[in-house]
Design a protein. Structure first.
Length: 354
């Protein structure tokens, strides 16, 4: 366990010499996922999106009905009125009669919407929709309808087509946009969009806040991935789908640190981190390497920097120490801790980008 905290000290000291090797698979499609809200998932997704955009032409998707990821990438709080991922999935599930606005592009160029991404590669984004709240009932009704078919081969193929819907959309959009990687922001609820994101993904990124409910949620997430009788694996087998994603990273968020000693995580946060590692070891076969502890990255509570980043749609990596930003009528200053956050996020991206 101490190796994790020693590595954290090296990251912040600028002495990290190598990134742990996390397997030989070169992942293309990532889903940021956890079965609990309020843990900073979308903040993580947004900042990972910027890191990816610096290196790859990337396609971003929002399958969370709350649409926070959409708001950040579109850099606007107004409800987006064009085609969304919900429309695309319903068109595949319900057929041509459902299709609306099919003359509009599905994937939008990020640089046209958020100028903070203009120093990176050309990236595209498929917005989310509040109608994704309705999607699970529509999706599982159709799945069960197909499951009732009499022909076993026809039944399996029909279920597979539905479970592969998001992957089908991604494959088509990657070809049209010439993108190399995909990052999906998911809902804290598994049913519907998150289920399809798991079916499409090569790898999962799991943010975990240092609190009791988040630790419990981590165990539920890993259990869903591993256990053969989980909803995810039952439907996967019914469809005859062999592939399932592996866990590439567990990002511990809102870590507190000891103000009396540089680079030391505080005692309460250490306790939750240690419990999270123990859970990961218990489910080690779902990770992309045989050393789950190497998949962990520790992230501070981003405080004012996180609030500025989320309110102004500015990646933390682009925040400048000492600069003032007006948020909800109050002036917030980017303090020196932002340099710490940048190092933490860089390391998190480095273990993901293998």
């Amino acid at each position: 366990m101490q190796e994790l905290f020693d590595r954290y000290d090296k990251i912040l000291s600028g002495q990290i010499d190598e990134i742990p090797h996390l397997g030989d698979d070169h992942h293309k499609i990532y889903a940021v996922t956890n079965f609990r809200g309020g843990i900073g998932k979308t903040t993580i997704s947004f900042n990972l999106a910027y890191a990816m955009a610096k290196k790859y032409m990337t396609l971003f998707l929002d399958v969370c009905p709350q649409q926070n990821f959409s708001s950040l990438l579109l850099n606007e709080s107004d409800i987006y009125q064009g085609r969304t991922i919900y429309d695309a999935m319903m068109e595949l599930m319900m057929g041509a009669a459902w299709a609306t606005n099919d003359d509009q592009p599905l994937a939008l160029r990020v640089q046209d919407r958020n100028e903070e991404f203009r120093d990176g590669k050309t990236c595209y984004f498929i917005p989310g929709s509040s109608r994704l709240f309705l999607f699970p009932s529509q999706f599982y009704s159709r799945l069960n309808e197909y499951l009732g078919m009499t022909s076993a081969s026809g039944k399996n193929e029909a279920v597979k087509v539905l479970l592969d819907m998001l992957k089908t959309i991604i494959t088509k959009q990657m070809a049209e946009t010439k993108t190399e990687k995909v990052l999906i922001d998911t809902s804290p609820f598994f049913a519907g969009g998150t289920h399809l994101a798991w079916a499409a993904a090569d790898a999962l990124i799991i943010p975990v806040r240092v609190d009791e409910q988040s630790i419990y949620s981590l165990e539920l997430t890993l259990e869903m991935l591993q256990k053969e009788d989980s909803d995810f694996n039952v439907w996967r087998r019914r469809a005859g789908i062999e592939q399932k994603p592996t866990v590439q990273a567990v990002l511990m968020t809102h870590c507190g640190w000891n103000r009396q000693a540089d680079h030391q995580i505080d005692r309460a946060s250490r306790m939750y981190i240690e419990r999270a590692v123990d859970i990961a070891v218990k489910f080690k076969d779902v990770f992309s390497s045989d050393a789950p502890i190497n998949h962990f990255a520790l992230l501070s509570d981003f405080h004012s920097s996180g609030r500025i980043s989320g309110s102004r749609a500015i990646p933390i990596d682009k925040l400048v120490e000492g600069r003032q930003h007006k948020i909800d009528g109050r002036s917030l200053e980017v303090n020196s801790s932002v340099n710490r956050y940048k190092k933490e996020l860089k390391y998190a991206f480095d273990i993901i980008n293998q």
